[in-house]
Design a protein around this ligand. Structure first.
Ligand code: FNR
Length: 190
């Protein structure tokens, strides 16, 4: 069965390594998964002053999450946590109180950095946030990808066979996880 996956990229950088990774993941994913990017760039900084009257950009963001079966977060690590822009986006999605777009929405977390631990600390922070947001997360496999020059070429292909196989399996596991979660938590249920 086809499943629609929203991609949230934690970086706003034009030449983002994580955007590159997000592209490569789509190429190695099983054919049952369809992807759509859910952009975070244009969201203003969240305040609960907006709760009574959400701006259109935030309504569109929440609707985009509602419209997918699952979300994959592809994020860098900034100062041993997630980028502020990503936290801001999650705060928008989680509000107003009682209308949290991530509740019961299956998710997974992945990221790349040139550093040796490949975004591990940021991912743990993100997992904690998503736990509070009541998003069922794929716990295993985890994927901490150390980015070395040329790992993903300009066509978006992974050039290291072992990494390609690993990430292909990661995406197949995510498909299976989505299917398991949606069996017990159908998408429209609240
Ligand atoms: C970084 N970088 C970084 N890397 C890391 O592994 N751990 C970290 O804590 C940080 N901290 C950090 C803070 C800030 C403000 C910046 C700009 C960068 C380096 C980071 O991994 C590198 O810039 C990647 O290219 C970021 O991913 P994107 O934005 O290219 O997808």
């Amino acid at each position: 069965m086809k499943r629609k996956v929203g991609i949230i990229i934690g970086s706003l950088a034009k030449k983002s390594l994580n955007r590159r990774l997000a592209g490569a993941l789509q190429k190695v994913a099983p054919e049952e998964l369809e992807f759509v990017e859910i952009p975070i760039r244009d969201l203003p900084l969240y305040s609960y002053d907006y709760d009574a009257d959400f701006p259109q950009v935030a309504c569109d963001f929440k609707k985009a999450i509602a419209d997918v079966d699952a979300v994959i977060f592809v994020t860098p690590e900034y100062n041993r946590s997630i980028p502020g822009a990503l936290k801001n986006a999650i705060d928008w999605a989680s509000r107003p109180y009682g209308q949290n777009a991530f509740a019961r929405k299956p998710s997974t977390v992945i990221g790349t950095s040139p550093g040796a631990i490949g975004t591990a600390v940021a991912q743990q922070h993100l997992r904690s946030i998503l736990g509070f947001c009541n998003s069922p997360q794929m716990n295993s496999p985890e994927a901490y990808i150390q980015y070395r020059d040329g790992l993903i070429d300009d066509e978006g292909d992974i050039t290291v066979d072992g990494t390609k196989k690993f990430l292909s399996n990661y995406m197949a596991e995510f498909r299976d996880f989505i299917n398991r979660v949606l069996t017990v938590l159908p998408r429209q249920s609240k």
